[in-house]
Design a binder for this molecule. Structure first.
Ligand SMILES: [Mg+2]
Length: 400
């Protein structure tokens, strides 16, 4: 069998309803994402599908370049092809998320081909399933959203931290769902956050008994994360913005986190995600793949990963996503008792619905900064602190 071609499908996924409520009129674009799917064709009619993040429009170009490495080769040699593609990017820098995004989708599609060829789901080829249901956590801003997740059997939810108003909101969520549901808080590693302020926030969060405090500081400087680690008694999570074992190595070897969160679309592929989990395992660090901006193909890949690593914690899931999510692939995953079932079809178990994907041509590929329209740079909000560095202004945003 030989690889005959590589096709990409780039689309504009709409904003999540929860972000639409939170952001108002700008949500259509500020909350929307590009999803990039790919399909590897073979000369024997079997095709494999994958998904890439890491800046999807740029990744699409990377895949077009890498198709010259792939076409004509035997798709069964997954690790060899990964290594050849990785080496082919040497001149572009090897560890960035654009390259890792391309590798992720390509390697995912190669596993899909191998599973279809052998008539087995990918998790079966990876050593079999340690668990047959994958627990997920959802996103909730409001009491209604938290209760909707609880009704679906979710055992954990995540909510954002953007400033002091969120302390009371986190307390409200805790009161709403009770002590049996885990709550995680995502600070999104804003570029303006200092280690000193992330420590102040973390200490305020300690009484809420959080599952984890995610990205308290920007990911560009791990010494800042080390300072937070030394001063805050809350489990920490990070890693969604780095790719491959090389991107995750310092987080793990320096014991900077309790939960490592590589993104299934830019972690480097199913093999890299499993290697990251294996690196984390002896450190007592759990794997909880990032999925906040990803589409449904990567979610299927994440299930195969989570099934086969012992230190899998929970998979992130946007339960109440943009409705088009459920039209662009088949079948549609459904949460039962807070878990997703393992796919049983050969390969990844998911196929693209190309006619639906074609309905959503790509429009924008970056998050637009907030305009000074009355909702940004408002005193007492996180937006104010983007450029205001005085203690007084920052304290108003972050201290109770
Ligand atoms: Mg996050």
């Amino acid at each position: 069998m030989k690889i005959a071609g590589v096709n990409t499908y780039l689309m504009q996924a709409g904003a999540r309803p929860d972000l639409t409520r939170a952001m108002g009129a700008d949500a259509d674009f500020r909350g929307s994402r590009c999803w990039l799917f790919l399909e590897i064709e073979t000369d024997e009619g079997i095709t494999g599908v994958g998904e890439c993040s890491g800046w999807p429009r740029a990744v699409e170009t990377a895949i077009t370049d890498l198709s010259h490495v792939l076409v004509g080769q035997d798709p069964a040699h997954i690790d060899r092809l990964w290594a050849q593609c990785y080496r082919a990017m040497m001149g572009h820098g090897l560890t960035g998320t654009v390259g890792a995004g391309a590798l992720s989708g390509i390697e995912m599609a190669l596993w899909d081909i191998k599973g279809k060829l052998l008539g087995a789901p990918v998790w079966q080829l990876l050593g079999g399933a340690i668990r047959e249901r994958i627990p997920v956590y959802g996103h909730a801003h409001t009491a209604d959203e938290a209760l909707a997740l609880k009704d679906l059997g979710y055992s954990a939810l995540k909510t954002p931290f953007t400033g002091i108003v969120d302390f009371d909101r986190i307390g409200m969520l805790r009161d709403t769902v009770g002590p049996e549901i885990d709550i995680a808080v995502d600070a999104h590693g804003p570029s303006w956050m200092s280690a000193a302020d992330a420590i102040l926030v973390g200490r305020e969060l300690e009484p809420y008994d959080l599952l984890f405090y995610e990205d308290p500081v920007p990911p560009e400087n791990l010494d800042m994360l080390a300072r937070v680690r030394d001063h805050v008694a809350v489990p920490l999570a990070a890693g969604e913005r780095v790719g491959t074992v090389h991107g995750c190595r310092d987080y793990i070897e320096r014991d900077l986190v309790d939960v490592i969160q590589p993104d299934t679309g830019r972690g480097g592929g199913i093999g890299q995600m499993r290697k990251i989990a294996a690196m984390a395992e002896p450190h007592g660090i759990m794997l909880a793949p990032h999925s906040g901006s990803l589409g449904p193909v990567a979610e299927f890949a994440a299930l195969h990963i989570m099934a086969t690593v012992p230190n899998a914690l929970l998979l992130e899931r946007i339960e109440f996503d943009w409705p088009g999510r459920y039209e662009v692939v088949t079948p549609v995953l459904k949460v039962e008792h807070g878990c997703l079932p393992l796919p049983t079809a050969p390969g990844l178990g998911v196929e693209l619905v190309k006619d639906e994907i074609a309905k959503y041509p790509v429009q924008r590929n970056v998050t637009m900064p907030p305009k000074d329209d009355g909702r940004a740079y408002v005193a007492g909000t996180a937006g104010e602190a983007v450029h205001v560095q005085t203690r007084r202004a920052r304290a108003r945003t972050l201290r109770r």
